[in-house]
Design a protein around this ligand. Structure first.
Ligand code: F6R
Length: 242
């Protein structure tokens, strides 16, 4: 794993945007794997700014998001469909029909999971996957204990994850209990992975990732086995790493 140390969230976002944009210039029809949450928001802001100022185009890009809550309508402001439209897609020239987020309303969720993995593979796989990390080491919504061999699947969210995400809802009760997530195996098939880690709340996870063993109890630890991972981490996230 290649680790890039930066000062703060803003520098992390700028560095990540530079990397993504230079890869996009190399491959205009790249397949991007995208995440939601607080971590990539600054990256998306930079991509929008760059698109407006320099005209970087996403016309030929296809995107696949990591996850979506089960039972949530795409129009719901807390859905990841909504987040992506609001945070990125509505502000760049990506063709919306080339953007993919798991369908949390699918009649047969298991079928949706299979369809999602097949669709990614039929497009030639993900060229660059953006990841954040949960305080418990989750990636996507793959909670501790998830099999490293998991394809896209339905998960029951841990209480700690629901609490961490409750800041976007009126109350904890409103946070869904289940999600569809790309599996660890699906994520590991990406050709390249960019993991962003910022803030003191992530310092323990950062320490564990660098110093802990590879175990399903800490899902992100599998990234050590991937041949092309870059981590951009800020000073607060690196506080426990000597
Ligand atoms: C979101 C996702 C999650 C988040 C993680 C960190 O699509 O896959 O794994 O990356 O929960 O969330 P933030 O960035 O809000 O700290």
């Amino acid at each position: 794993m290649n680790i890039i140390q930066v000062k703060n969230y803003s520098e992390m976002s700028a560095k990540a945007a530079d990397m993504l944009i230079s890869k996009l210039h190399e491959k205009l029809n790249m397949n991007l794997g995208l995440a939601t949450g607080g971590t990539p928001k600054g990256l998306y802001d930079r991509l929008i700014q760059d698109h407006k100022e320099h005209g970087t185009s996403y016309k030929h890009v296809t995107s696949f998001n990591l996850d979506e809550y089960v039972g949530m309508k795409p129009q719901d402001p807390n859905s990841y469909h909504y987040y992506m439209a609001d945070a990125l897609f509505n502000h760049i020239d990506i063709d919306v029909s080339n953007t993919h987020v798991p369908n949390g309303l699918a009649d047969t969720p298991e079928e949706e999971c299979r369809r999602y993995d097949e669709m990614i593979q039929n497009h030639g796989g993900i060229d660059l996957q953006i990841l954040g990390i949960g305080q418990n080491g989750h990636i996507g919504f793959n909670e501790p204990g998830t099999s490293f061999n998991s394809p896209t699947h339905i998960v029951t969210l841990e209480e700690s994850t629901r609490k961490a995400n409750a800041r976007y809802f009126n109350s904890l009760d409103e946070v869904p209990t289940q999600a569809i997530t790309m599996g660890i195996e699906s994520i590991m098939k990406s050709k390249e992975i960019l993991l962003l880690i910022s803030g003191e709340a992530k310092a323990e996870a950062m320490y564990q990732l660098l110093n802990g063993e590879i175990t399903e109890d800490f899902p992100a630890s599998i990234l050590k086995k991937h041949h092309c991972v870059t981590i951009i981490a800020d000073q607060e996230a690196l506080a426990k790493v000597s």
